[in-house]
Design a protein around this ligand. Structure first.
Ligand code: ADP
Length: 651
């Protein structure tokens, strides 16, 4: 509960209740003639019956004060309170007896003005009546009058209380205060104070109930302002009574003491005001700085992004220039309308309802939006919508940041289209190569067959030159057959897609058997240890190792024992294999071109071959999502590396 609520719900009814209890007790006291209740301090004035009625009505009025439906009884009671005061003062001024003093009960305790309240009490009753009425009025002037009057009432009742506190003899209190009872002054003070605090226009309530720095300073200084003069006053009166000082000196001392006290209080207020002012200036400066930063951010964002702010109905409240230039609409066409770029008709209603559900839940929505600009051209937007909270923690504004990705999407579409075309062209080409090479084999086999027959039939009639020519023809035809076979094999790679677990140790073991005689001739060593089991197309992996080992056994250095080592490294996503030899090596400029089909670095007489082996390897590695490369230099052997993806699944 805030302070104002505590006041209205607890303090105000409490004062009302206490007023009713005390006034009823006093009325009963009069009924049974029990003096201690009437005067509280023995020998001092009594609270009169009419005064008790004023407080009874005042107490009831305090309970009715903030109730809107009780204006009639409230105003009636207020007016009665005022009339009691007016009639009593009339009696004082015109020395007449309107006989309201002892109307209900006869006052036998007072010697003077029996049953009549003091002039101060009567005057205060009138003031109280005005304060009550002004608390419920809507007339501003009357409200102000009420507050002014309340201050008088407060001073009068407070003076009476202080007079009691300082035990000032009744005869020294002027006729005005003479017969005012202690509980009368306390109840006046309490009722007036709560009425001031309840007043709509009251500065005091604003000071006490708020937490602004002014209020904090006020609350801190209030006890000193109230107590210090009272304490000094008490001490001076004590000194006068003790005859230590005379009255004139007492008054001078009191005034002089109040000068430094006032300076201290005003000084403290000023110092605190300075402090608050300084903090305010610092805060202001840092706000300006932050604001500048934010403006820079905004400027930067405005330059690169399409920004809009919409309300919870999707109605645009703000758009930046980029929005205008991308959408082609004018600001007039957009502000106050739905967000045309986001509410695109090119999405299913489900898509948009999901978008709204997400942002209404206070979550950020991210996605791609297909839209149209004013000219009717399609645009694609990468969009992020951030819901913004208002002071009541509701998401009432949505901040969208969009990027124009039309070009990217269009080029991606083109790329996919090209890839598809290339793939189908490649397939066509492979098919073509396969068919051609297959058809080429037949006439070639016929040529080779007939040359053999021809050779057998006329062998004895040929001289040495003829025989040599025939041998060359046979050799060339055989080479051509091998070439065609290799081209056929190249076309076949990729047709088989069955992947399985492959133990590379077994593969190498088998390849060693294939090349047994070559290994013997070269006195070669093939070294490998604990090669891994990988997943791939078995026939392909076999061919891959076979080609690399075959090359290593072929391109050897003279007078050197061939040594081939096969090793591997394992990564999170792939295996890296290395096939290293100590052969003739490769010139640096050819390191990448040797993987192209038919690329050879030597002629047929030096090293036999078709130039297809490494092209095979490259194609196999492409199928296994890997890379192949070679590190080498002339005369220093070669190291062929290739990677095989671990993401390939069996099947
Ligand atoms: P081929 O072996 O039939 O000539 P490849 O495609 O297998 O065809 O090899 C292409 C060329 O790369 C070879 O002619 C050779 O010049 C070079 N090459 C391949 N492997 C090696 C190696 N281990 N050492 C040296 N050169 C090599």
């Amino acid at each position: 509960m805030n302070k104002e609520k505590v006041f209205k719900k607890i303090i105000l009814p409490f004062v009302g209740g206490i007023s009713i209890i005390i006034s009823l007790s006093v009325l009963i006291g009069w009924g049974i003639n029990y003096k201690p209740i009437l005067s509280i301090i023995p020998g001092s004035s009594t609270m009169k019956v009419n005064t008790a009625i004023v407080f009874l009505f005042g107490g009831i009025n305090l309970l009715l004060l903030n109730n809107k439906n009780t204006s009639i009884p409230f105003n009636l009671l207020s007016v009665i309170i005022g009339f009691i005061g007016v009639f009593t003062l009339y009696e004082y001024f015109f020395n007449s007896k309107l006989s309201i003093d002892n109307l209900l009960i006869f006052d036998k305790f007072s010697t003077e003005n029996s049953g009549r309240m003091s002039p101060a009490t009567a005057f205060n009753a009138i003031l109280l009546s005005i304060i009550f009425l002004s608390n419920k009025t809507k007339n501003e002037i009357f409200e102000k009058i009420g507050l002014l009057v309340a201050k008088f009432s407060l001073v009068i009742s407070f003076t009476a209380i202080v007079a009691f506190l300082f035990s000032i003899p009744t005869e020294n209190r002027t006729t005005f205060y003479k017969t005012m009872a202690i509980h009368t002054s306390i109840l006046y003070f309490a009722q007036t104070l709560v009425l001031i605090l309840n007043h709509r226009k009251s500065v005091l309530s604003k000071l006490l109930f708020s937490n602004y720095s002014g209020s904090l300073i006020f609350k801190k200084l209030l006890p000193i302002i109230l107590l210090a003069p009272l304490v000094f006053c008490y001490l001076i009166i004590f000194a006068i009574n003790e005859k230590t000082i005379n009255v004139e000196f007492g008054i001078i001392t009191f005034i002089v003491i109040n000068i430094p006290l006032t300076i201290i209080i005003i000084g403290s207020v000023s110092y605190n005001l300075n402090k608050v002012n300084k903090e305010e200036i610092e805060l202001n400066n840092s706000l300006i700085k932050t604001n500048n930063h934010l403006s820079l951010f905004k400027e930067a964002l405005d330059k690169v992004a399409i920004i809009s702010i919409s309300d919870q109905n999707g109605i645009i409240k703000y758009i930046n220039d980029e929005y205008l230039s991308i959408s082609g609409f004018s600001r007039k066409e957009l502000i106050g309308n739905t967000n045309r770029l986001i509410n695109s008709e090119h999405h299913e209603p489900k898509f948009l309802s999901q978008l709204w559900n997400t942002i209404n839940e206070g979550k950020i929505w991210k996605g791609k939006i297909k839209s149209k600009n004013k000219n009717g051209d399609f645009i694609y937007l990468d969009c992020t919508i951030v819901p913004l909270k208002d002071e009541d923690d509701n998401f009432t504004e949505f901040f969208s940041i969009m990027y124009n990705i039309t070009e990217r999407i269009e080029s991606e579409k083109l790329r996919l289209k090209y890839i598809k075309t290339i793939e189908s062209k490649n397939k066509e080409l492979e098919q073509y190569t396969y068919i051609t090479s297959h058809d080429l084999q037949e006439p070639l086999n016929t040529i080779i067959g007939y040359i053999n027959i021809f050779n057998e039939k006329y062998e004895n009639k040929f001289d040495e030159i003829d025989k040599k020519i025939l041998r060359y023809i046979v050799e060339a035809s055989l080479r051509m057959r091998l070439l065609i076979k290799n081209v056929l094999d190249y076309g076949r790679i990729g047709q088989n897609t069955k992947t399985e677990e492959i133990d590379c140790n077994i593969i190498i073991e088998n390849i060693k058997k294939d090349f047994e005689s070559k290994i013997k001739i070269n006195n070669a060593k093939i070294l490998y240890k604990n090669l891994p089991t990988i997943i791939g197309v078995k026939s392909n992996i076999y061919l891959l190792f076979q080609n690399l080992i075959s090359n290593a056994l072929k391109f050897t250095k003279k007078n050197t024992n061939t040594e081939i080592s096969i090793s591997f490294l394992e990564n999170e996503d792939f295996w890296t294999f290395k096939v290293k030899d100590n052969g003739i090596g490769i010139e640096e400029m050819y390191l990448s071109s040797i993987f192209k089909i038919f690329k050879r670095l030597h002629n047929q007489n030096t090293y036999e071959g078709t130039g297809i082996g490494l092209a095979h390897c490259k194609k196999i590695i492409d199928i296994h999502d890997g890379k192949i490369w070679v590190e080498s230099s002339i005369n220093n052997g070669s190291s062929f590396y290739f990677t095989i993806s671990k993401k390939i699944k069996i099947g």
